[in-house]
Design a protein. Structure first.
Length: 304
């Protein structure tokens, strides 16, 4: 499967397995050990998981930076140590709020907030993940961080869970949002369902389950959930080079002409990095602007 060596795979993860479980299965299906993932999903969560293979593992951080969209189910009257239904119940409280009150409270929880990170999370403090200390029963002082939420839309009630579509920035915790929703209603909130429906610029509608991917590859078909390296970062601006500029770039050198092109095309306010591509469209490198250093090469790709 050399034609699928360097790229990303949009996978629909079911509830149950860990993100690493999905990577392990994908390595076997693809016959490629060089497979990783972008953006961990908890075992209870389902939805879009982006897997990277080959040279595309170098773009993981630029995919992680994207905004996320989730479908979340919240139940009220209960608080757990993990802030979701998998944890130990710490407190229960009768809840008699109306649907309209819940919707109004949810719509008010939009914008930027400074909230505590969940104790059971992969957030590192002093080099150690918080959940590692929590699992050992040690006291965990959760740090406070900025979290952003927007486009909250009520989706109805399913299995006693109030369902919302919600968009958030990288590093914003949906479990914390659920807890805060309970508090805003003068009660307790707990996450009972979570599906990642989008990780900018990709959507879960374009993803496949690993079983579906395996069947497609076995039948010699082309999987539509695969994006080659040159198409992995459609949200970033790109420039094309050829001749000497391309040769120098493949060796990690920014030519004088390319530097002039970057000055003309780079907007330091809106552009984080620019993709440099060959004349035929292959991704060669990523270049960013660094304070007091000018244009710097972030990544060089060994495209064939």
């Amino acid at each position: 499967m050399s034609e699928f060596r360097d790229g990303i795979w949009l996978i629909r993860k079911p509830a149950g397995p860990t993100s690493h479980d999905m990577v392990y299965q994908a390595r076997r299906i693809l016959g490629n050990r060089d497979v990783g993932h972008c953006g961990t999903l908890d075992p209870m969560a389902q939805g879009l998981l982006i897997l990277t293979s080959g040279e595309a593992t170098k773009v993981s951080q630029y995919l992680l930076e994207g905004n996320k969209q989730y479908l979340v189910g919240v139940r009220f009257g209960k608080r757990t140590d993990t802030l979701d239904c998998t944890g130990q119940v710490l407190e229960e409280k009768p809840f008699a709020g109306t649907e309209q009150q819940i919707i109004e409270a949810a719509l008010a929880l939009q914008g930027e907030f400074e909230w505590k990170v969940p104790v059971f999370s992969a957030k590192k403090v002093n080099g150690e993940k918080l959940y590692e200390k929590a699992h050992r029963g040690e006291e965990v002082i959760a740090p406070v961080k900025k979290m952003n939420f927007w486009n909250v839309k009520f989706q109805g009630v399913t299995d006693d869970s109030y369902m919302f579509l919600i968009e958030c920035s990288k590093g914003s915790y949906i479990r914390t949002w659920c807890e805060q929703l309970g508090e805003k209603l003068g009660n307790l909130g707990c996450m009972y369902f979570l599906e990642r429906t989008g990780s900018s610029p990709f959507k879960v509608e374009d993803a496949l389950q690993l079983t579906e991917l395996s069947e497609i590859l076995t039948n010699g078909q082309t999987p539509q959930n695969y994006k080659p390296l040159k198409s992995c970062l459609p949200h970033l601006k790109s420039l094309r080079v050829k001749g000497k500029d391309e040769s120098l770039m493949r060796n990690g050198v920014i030519s004088h002409d390319l530097r002039l092109m970057l000055i003309q095309n780079f907007n330091p306010v809106s552009d984080d990095v620019i993709q440099v591509k060959s004349e035929r469209g292959d991704l060669i490198s990523l270049i960013g602007l660094e304070k007091e250093k000018g244009f710097q090469i972030r990544r060089v790709f060994k495209t064939q």
